[in-house]
Every structure is written in C-alpha cells, then in structure tokens.
Design a protein. Structure first.
Length: 554
C-alpha cells in the first residue's frame, strides 16, 4: 500500500470490533514502512525512527479516533480536533475515503452494554464449571491444611495448631503453616456450615469468576472489545481451570487478588504525577498486593516488578511507588510475626539439582497441554508453538515500544518459578496464562502482519478455529460423576474411622497424606519414607507410633 508523505488513506479495518485500535495499528505500520523507505541521505525530519515515541503518539491518535467516531467510521467522516496530528515533528493528515467494516449493533457500542455482555459470558462460564463439578475431593492434602487453619480461625484457636508434625527431612509435603489468605476466606464458611466441601468449592468458583472480571478489566484498555471478550472465553473455558474449581486450593483466590492488584497498579499509574490521588492509589494497590501475597507468597513479586518498571520505563522511582513498597513490607512483617513466615520454604532448596533446565522442560510441556484436545498431542504442540511464536513477537514489540508492569512481571515471575527447585506443575503458570494470551494477540498486530491483511486474518481465524475445536474435543474426555479416588471414597472413610476409634489421643500417626489425616482426627500426624518389601507403607513396632498400611484388598 503506497501513501503520499504526510497523508494517510484508510482502506481497511484490521480489528472490526474496535476501529480506534485498528486505525492505530494501520497508521503505525505505515509510519514504520515510510521510515524504512526513506533515502539514507534524507534527513530524519523530527524523528520518524524514534519508534517508542512514535508508538505513544499513534496510540493517542487511535484513542482520539475511537472517541470521536463512537465506534464506527464511514467514508468522508470528519474527525474533530484530529484532522492534523503531530508525531515526531511531522504532520499527519487523516482522510477516510472508504471503510470495509462490520457494523456493530448500536446497543453493543456503549461501555455499559459491553460490560453486561462480558458479565453474561462470565456467568455462563460459571455454569459450565458447575456442570463439571464432582463429588468428593482428591487426595492431595494441601486443601486439608487450609481447612485446618480456617477451623482454628473460626474457633479462636492458635493458627498453627493443626496436628501436622513438620518433617524437615521431607519439606516437599508442605510447611508447618500456610499463608492466611485462603483460611481467612474459608473461616466464615466453616463457622456456618462446618466441613462442607461443596460450600468451600463455591468460594473457589466465585474467586475464579472474579479473576475473569479482573483480567478483562486489566487488558480492556490494550485490546479491542472482541479480543478481550475472546480472552475471557479462552481462559475461562480451559480444561486446566475446570479441574481447579473442583478443588479447595489457593490457586484461584490468588489469581483473583493477583489481577486485582495489577489492575489497581494500572489505575494508580494513570493518575497525574505528584498528586495525593496518585499517592493514595499506590497505597491502596499495595494493600491489594499484600492480600495476594497473603494468599500465595509469589504475590510479593508484584512489588519488584513495579519498581523495575519505573526504573527502566520511566528512568526514576517515584515516591508513590516507594510508599507502596513500605506499606507492603509492613503488612508482610505483621503476617510473619502473627501467622505465617516463609522461612520454611527455604528448606526445599536443593542446590544439587539442575532445577532451571528441569523446570524449563517440564513447564514447557504444560504450555503445550494448555492447548490439549485430549487425543492428538502433535496438534496441541503445533497450536502451542504458533501461539508461543506470536507471544514472543508481541512481548518483544511491547518491550521496545510500550514497557509496562506486565513485561517486568513476566520476566521476574518466570525467572523465579524456573529457578525454584520444587516443580509445581501448571498451577504456577496460571498467573502467566492471561499475559501469554495477551502477547499472542499483540503479536498479531505486528507491522509485518498489519501490512499483509489476508495473512493476518487467516492466521487469527485459523488459530481461533483450531483452539475452539481443541476445546470441544477435550471436553469429550473430561470425566464426570463422583471422584474414583480421594478422601470421600469408602475405603478412605473406613481408614479414617479406624484412626478415630482405635488410636489413643496422644498417638503419633505416620501417613503419606498427613494433613488430610489430621483434618479428620486431631492426632499428631507426620510423614516418613519407610517402605516394606512390597513397596507399600507398612507398620512398625516402635511404641506410640502407628503406620497405616496402604494395600489392595484381595
């Protein structure tokens, strides 16, 4: 497409649901292309090659166009106060001569209508998750420790007195205490309903739906409405999260608070510098960051991500950011003194393992599993490779032109989970999933693709179709009905009944799932790797200790 210097003719809409974003992308492609065509002898004329400054100016131009046209453009449209725009010292004249776009119904052009549409999608996603709920609970006993802490809070007992004997020789089972965020949320439910797993799962599902709302709000300013709407569907209906809303863990409450904190930081950054409103905004964001940290310790990474973004992007660290850091540190110190300290996580460090290489490979396989169809792994791997390629393009483009807390947070968070010696599966990748999808969508706007509209559209719609078919196929493989294994199984209940009725109150129980056993009957419970000749955990004759034996009935 050829342009006269200084005049832009718009002939296509790249993103039909949001013309402002489409025009911004089109103009940017034009300006970069114009800079590439200029003769080396020709003067720069004010800095066309200053890509970062150019991107900021064009983003403002796109926003002005979107506001001026109220979501639609027609041939001959005049753009108030935007007929001439100074970018890098050069004038740009706007003249719309023809637009090929899909008409958006007027009822969906208002922000309130779009928010209502997103809310309806989130409710629909919640109903899908309820359909796939399963009775019982899996054996992984993290859930039991959260419930034990919640029980102590509801009954006014010491937070750490849960009957679990921490074994420093096998710290991977879990620390002696967990962060208090999820127990605080569970305590009212326990106080009202007791050990009611469906009621507690409802809290987890509500947390997930709140996370989807916060995620949409975080990315809505960066994406078109159609893209943000698609992101909510893509993340909300993924099979990973279908499993997690059926378990009582901190993963989804943490996600809700994590993205609420990102949103609060974004809103605080948008306020004018050196104003009390900005200061208050950052302090409020620090409180939400602490809430995320109180749910999972990785929430603390938001603070260094904020400071690094200000240092690299703004070339200074503001007093508001320092105040937020101080508020967070004070709240974290109170938590360490009153409820939970992170020092026991250091017991899991093993310098003898190649944690970085091992974790990089394992986490990479989980990225592929995100696009799983339940049948053909090569197809899922191919989709994951294309999405990752687009995400890499989008990330590089953002770092070059529009550095934000999302970029610094991605680097810091990924570095920490790769370096951490204890592999935690896909759940540690959850905070990066929306950012990963966002970068892939941003990669589709790359100038090379923007100038090749047919390729861009084919790639976007092809990926959308492949992912939709993969989701549909994966849903056919998801199990339904009560869980086949877990704490609600008849044999498990018989074991718990035996421990309650046949052991002394001061007996020490050695069990492979110590916290699950402690939640059923308050006995001192620990774990030890002791196996018999058959490979099962067997009994011992040591006085005062019981080793429940896990065997298969003849």
């Amino acid at each position: 497409m050829l342009f006269e210097p200084g005049t832009v003719t718009v002939k296509d809409m790249l993103w039909l649901s949001d013309p402002g974003v489409a025009l911004c992308c089109q103009f940017r492609a034009f300006m970069l292309d114009l800079a590439a065509r200029r003769s080396p002898r020709q003067p720069d004329r004010g800095g066309f090659r200053g890509h970062a400054k150019l991107a900021i100016g064009l983003a403002k131009l796109g926003a002005s166009l979107a506001r001026a046209t109220s979501g639609g453009l027609d041939a001959g449209t005049s753009i108030p106060r935007c007929s001439r725009w100074q970018v890098g010292g050069a004038g740009v004249s706007i003249k719309v001569v023809g637009v090929q776009s899909m008409r958006i119904p007027p009822a969906l052009q208002t922000p309130a209508a779009r928010r209502l549409l997103v809310a309806g999608l989130i409710v629909l996603i919640g109903l899908v998750h309820v359909v796939f709920w399963r009775a019982g609970h899996v054996w992984g006993d993290d859930f039991a420790q959260y419930i034990l802490h919640a029980k102590n809070l509801a009954e006014g007992k010491p937070y750490e007195a849960i009957g679990y004997l921490y074994n420093p020789n096998y710290p991977a089972i879990g620390p002696p205490t967990y962060p208090p965020g999820l127990p605080i949320l569970l305590a009212p439910i326990y106080g009202l309903f007791g050990l009611n797993l469906p009621a507690m799962k409802t809290l987890i599902l509500v947390s997930f739906l709140l996370f989807l709302g916060a995620m949409y709000a975080c990315f809505r300013r960066e994406l078109s409405f159609g893209e943000a709407f698609g992101m909510v569907a893509l993340v909300g209906l993924n099979h990973f999260f279908l499993d997690d809303t059926n378990a009582i863990t901190s993963d989804l409450p943490f996600l809700a608070l994590f993205y609420a904190a990102i949103l609060a930081i974004q809103k605080a950054e948008a306020l004018p510098l050196r104003t009390w409103q900005r200061f208050v905004g950052f302090v409020a964001a620090a409180v939400i960051v602490y809430a995320a940290y109180a749910t999972r310790s990785l929430g603390a990474l938001l603070i260094p991500a904020l400071l690094l973004k200000e240092f690299l992007g703004d070339r200074r660290i503001t007093a508001s950011a320092l105040a937020a850091t101080a508020v967070f540190a004070a709240l974290a110190l109170v938590q360490a003194m009153a409820w939970h300290s992170d020092r026991h996580y250091l017991d899991q460090i093993d310098t003898g393992r190649m944690a970085l290489v091992f974790n990089a490979f394992r986490y990479a396989t989980r990225v592929g599993a995100f696009c799983s169809n339940g049948y053909l792994k090569p197809v899922a791997a191919a989709i994951a490779l294309v999405v990752t390629w687009l995400a890499a393009i989008g990330f590089i483009d953002r770092v070059r032109h529009k550095l934000s807390i999302l970029e610094t947070l991605s680097v810091i968070y990924l570095s920490v989970i790769l370096a951490w010696p204890s592999y935690q599966g896909q759940r540690y990748l959850y905070p990066l999933v929306p950012i990963y999808v966002f970068y892939a969508m941003w990669g589709l706007r790359h100038p090379w693709l923007a100038q090749r509209v047919q390729v861009q559209r084919a790639l976007a719609w092809g990926l959308a179709a492949a992912i939709a078919l993969s989701y549909a196929a994966c849903y056919t493989t998801i199990a339904r009905g009560p869980l086949a294994e877990g704490v609600a199984k008849r044999e498990s209940q018989e074991l718990f009944a035996f421990i309650r009725e046949q052991t002394e109150p001061d007996a020490v129980i050695v069990f492979i799932k110590p916290r699950a056993m402690a939640s059923v009957r308050r006995r001192p419970i620990t774990w030890c790797a002791r196996t018999g000749s058959s490979g099962t955990t067997c009994g011992t004759s040591e006085p005062g200790m019981w080793w429940p034996c896990a065997t298969t009935r003849p």
